[in-house]
Design a protein around this ligand. Structure first.
Ligand code: ZN
Length: 137
């Protein structure tokens, strides 16, 4: 197995999200008809099925809904990263997003912990959104 890090492959639908990350903004789609925000990117509002939406800059704030601590590297590129936290973040705007919790020890992560987005450059073209406890950066 390659030691190259696995990276997201943007699609036309998700490109604005990844462009936002490169610009330091966490972008979500918001329905023009009912103002529901959603993630991951998709063509229709999951609430009212409208296809009319705008990309908005989210606050970047949320809380840990659930998480797991990985003690084993399931890919060689992650060998130096264990233990690391994979969490389901509930954003203040409503959508939930899977990401990593950084900026604290894995054992300190708790459900409902307030977190905010931070961006990590992982290649020349890819910036990943991660989350850190609020007030500790
Ligand atoms: Zn809608």
């Amino acid at each position: 197995m390659s030691k190259d890090r696995l990276l997201p492959a943007p699609t036309p639908q998700s490109q604005p999200f990844w462009d936002g990350c490169r610009e330091g903004a966490l972008r979500l789609q918001r329905c023009t008809a009912c103002e529901t925000s959603w993630f991951p990117p998709g063509p229709l509002c999951p609430q009212c099925m409208s296809g009319e939406f705008a990309w908005i800059a989210a606050s970047g704030k949320g809380k840990v809904h659930s998480f797991v601590v990985y003690h084993r590297a399931y890919h060689p590129s992650l060998a130096d990263a264990v233990p690391y936290v994979v969490a389901l973040i509930e954003l203040d705007e409503g959508p939930r997003m899977i990401s990593n919790i950084v900026g604290c020890a894995a054992g300190e992560v708790r459900c409902d912990m307030p977190v905010e987005v931070t961006f990590e450059n992982v290649s020349d073209s890819v910036v990943l959104p991660k989350f850190q406890p609020i007030g500790r950066s």
